[in-house]
Design a protein around this ligand. Structure first.
Ligand code: NDP
Length: 351
């Protein structure tokens, strides 16, 4: 069995699913304000079962465990409480006898941060799911360049969040495939260390902590920062820019994109043979995508590992993703019919 530990990124989803699991006895729905008061006190809970249909192995079963981290409390000042809750969610997964668990969104911090590093509880292994996410981002951008006639080797690629776990994997993948690579993050020390490393490998690169200085030069942009960037940043981009936004919350607002610019959700996959949740209503409440059978790369990493009988902590720490593992997990996923998602954003499918 596989497991997925997650959390919600907005109150609308939370209000919907909390009201859907309440026994109301005819009482009115709980308001957002009421739910906000108590949400942080909910213990991690298994909310629903998941069935994924593999092309070669048929159905594989797993659980979704909600960590109940508050979307308002994902910042540094709440880190210890969030680590504690994530640890409890991991223990819950171990009690349920899950073989391998993906830590979605913010919960992956427990595997990325040195101090709280977690390898396994009893026989249950944990993975951030970031290797498959990075592989899907890379594969989608290669396909986007083919689709929209923007040759990679002639392109300048900007990676927003280049020093992060997924960002650094994308840097590794693309640094010798593009004309120039632009790097950005807020902390100057790791950023300039990354720039020096790339220069020593003869890559054509430039780093700056000021994203706005780099945007006008970019043909391609990968967004893997955990921050929303200012609205006017899209205006700084070239009219032919292709943007793969894999961050949560979404780093750039796809509503404001020019018709000639392409912005799509990155790190996503399509489960060709489909999946279902039980109870079914969670599919709408929690997994709301404009297309059917779409899922996050990070969650599908645990599914692929379970299907392959590989109960191991595949992605852990920060900055450890290598190209060999990216190629392996992407190919293993494809074998089971879990492939790079078609291009879509909040407005729907992009042609
Ligand atoms: P990390 O925390 O390892 O990396 C985040 C990176 O973003 C760091 O380089 C950080 O550097 C940088 N950053 C943060 N804020 C800003 C900012 N305002 N401007 C510029 N750079 C910034 O995260 P991960 O690599 O694990 O994940 C990256 C993103 O991908 C997250 O948003 C995560 O939710 C999302 N994700 C998506 C998945 C999917 O399936 N689509 C799966 C897994 C993750 P610094 O702190 O120095 O600024």
């Amino acid at each position: 069995k596989f497991g997925v530990i997650g959390h919600q990124d907005n109150w609308k989803k939370i209000v919907d699913f909390v009201n859907s699991i309440r026994i109301t006895d005819g009482n009115p729905e709980l308001s957002q304000a009421k739910i906000k008061e108590v949400y942080g006190y909910f213990p991690p809970t298994k909310l629903f079962d998941i069935q994924i249909n593999s092309k070669v192995s048929g159905f594989v079963e797993g659980y979704y465990i909600e960590s109940f981290l508050s979307p308002d409390e994902l910042g540094h000042s709440h880190i210890w409480n969030n680590l504690k809750k994530t640890r409890e969610a991991c223990e819950k997964a171990a009690q349920l006898g899950v073989d391998v668990v993906a830590l979605g969104g913010f919960t992956s911090i427990i595997l990325e941060s040195g101090g709280a590093n977690l390898q396994a509880i009893q026989g249950t292994k944990f993975t951030t799911g970031n290797t498959l996410t990075a592989a899907l981002i890379a594969d989608s951008l290669v396909k986007a360049c083919q689709k929209w006639n923007q040759p990679l080797k002639d392109s300048t690629l900007l990676i927003i969040g280049s020093t992060g776990d997924i960002g650094s994997a994308c840097v590794r993948y693309f640094s010798n495939k593009v004309k120039k690579i632009l790097l950005t993050a807020r902390n100057p020390a790791p950023l300039h260390q990354q720039e020096e490393q790339l220069k020593s490998e003869k890559a054509n690169c430039l780093a700056s902590t000021h994203v706005s200085e780099l945007l006008p030069a970019a043909d391609l942009i990968i967004c893997v920062a955990s921050s929303v960037l200012p609205e006017n940043y899209l205006d700084l981009l070239q009219s032919h820019a292709i943007i793969c936004d894999a961050g949560y919350p979404k780093n750039l607002n796809s509503e404001n994109v020019k018709p000639s610019q392409k912005i799509y959700a990155g790190g996503m996959c399509l489960v060709e043979e489909g999946y279902c949740f039980s109870p079914e209503h969670f599919q709408k409440n929690i997994y709301e995508f404009p297309l059917p059978n779409i899922s996050h790369g990070c969650t599908m990493e645990s599914v692929v590992l379970a299907l392959e009988g590989q109960s191991l902590a595949f992605s852990k720490g920060r900055g450890n993703i290598n190209l060999e593992n990216m190629a392996y997990i992407l190919a293993a996923a494809a074998k089971h019919g879990i492939v790079t998602a078609p291009f879509f954003n909040s407005k729907g499918l992009i042609n």
